[in-house]
Design a protein around this ligand. Structure first.
Ligand SMILES: [Fe+2]
Ligand SMILES: [Fe+2]
Length: 275
């Protein structure tokens, strides 16, 4: 496959017309791709390793090499949309999203934006990163399962949420200590409305969790959370937090992209965090 065809197949798979600003082609050497080395986190060392081992292309999930000047706008856009999905009023969603947007803008301003591309070019190896598209796929997959659970059992508990997650291979096969866990609430707590959050916002702030909780979310399912969020939600005492696990959740989405390429004949070797 050509790099551009692989790029298009990601858009088709997710049903997007344009690629999110944190994803896409870092470097395309124009050659056909037969063997891909893929990982959740990949850096210049991996480019070197891949070249030595005869791969044509390296693909990472975390957007090393793709730091778009307007990347913060993407998060702000998705951020507001997701808060509103939880039932947060538009005026509150806008203000919360703006606060996070400003913080992200400052971070993007200082980042090294050329390293991966420069090294890939010197080594003559193609490189791509797919972040938000993969996380969107993960979120859809997990939310669909949770919707099914709520429909089958409106009185479901947080333990039922965990059991449902464990039906997904990547969670079952996650490393010991990185499988789904209850971080706020108890296994016997009623789940209420379950909201899965795996893209766009990274780890939401405590203010955002509280706003969503006030708007009716009973159980959040996410990839990770800060100690501030955990303590804050415990103190707030109204909703539960299930942490599905970072590497496994990233893998749920990223694997769908890799499988789409495999179906078209590309050989993919998975390393660096992929479950
Ligand atoms: Fe991710
Ligand atoms: Fe991630």
């Amino acid at each position: 496959m050509k790099v551009i065809e692989m790029y298009q197949s990601v858009l088709d798979l997710v049903g997007l017309e344009t690629m999110p600003e944190d994803s896409g082609i870092v470097y395309d050497n124009g050659k056909d791709v037969k063997k891909v080395l893929a990982g959740i986190d990949m850096d210049c060392t991996m480019l070197m390793l891949a070249k030595q081992l005869g791969f044509d292309c390296v693909v990472q999930h975390h957007p090393n090499g793709i730091i778009h000047p307007n990347g913060a706008d993407l998060f702000s856009r998705d951020h507001m949309k997701k808060l509103m999905e939880c039932g947060v009023p538009i005026n509150v969603a806008q203000k919360l999203a703006y606060q996070t947007h400003e913080k992200r803008k400052q971070r993007v301003h200082s980042r090294n934006r050329t390293q991966m591309q420069d090294v890939a070019k010197l080594l003559d190896i193609s490189n791509m990163a797919y972040h938000t598209p993969a996380d969107m796929l993960a979120e859809r997959t997990v939310q669909k399962r949770m919707d099914g659970l709520m429909e089958r059992n409106p009185m479901c508990t947080v333990q039922d949420v965990i059991d449902e997650l464990m039906q997904i291979r990547e969670y079952r096969e996650a490393l010991e200590g990185q499988q789904p866990e209850v971080w706020v609430g108890k296994p016997s707590s009623f789940a209420g409305k379950i909201y899965v959050e795996m893209y766009g916002v990274g780890a939401p702030s405590l203010e955002e969790y509280i706003a969503c909780s006030e708007a009716g979310v009973g159980t959040f399912v996410g990839m990770h959370a800060t100690p501030e969020v955990i303590e804050g939600l415990q103190k707030h005492g109204k909703s539960n937090l299930v942490i599905a696990g970072h590497m496994a959740s990233d893998s749920v989405g990223f694997n769908q992209i890799l499988e789409a390429w495999e179906k078209k004949g590309v050989e993919v070797v998975r390393i660096s965090g992929i479950v």
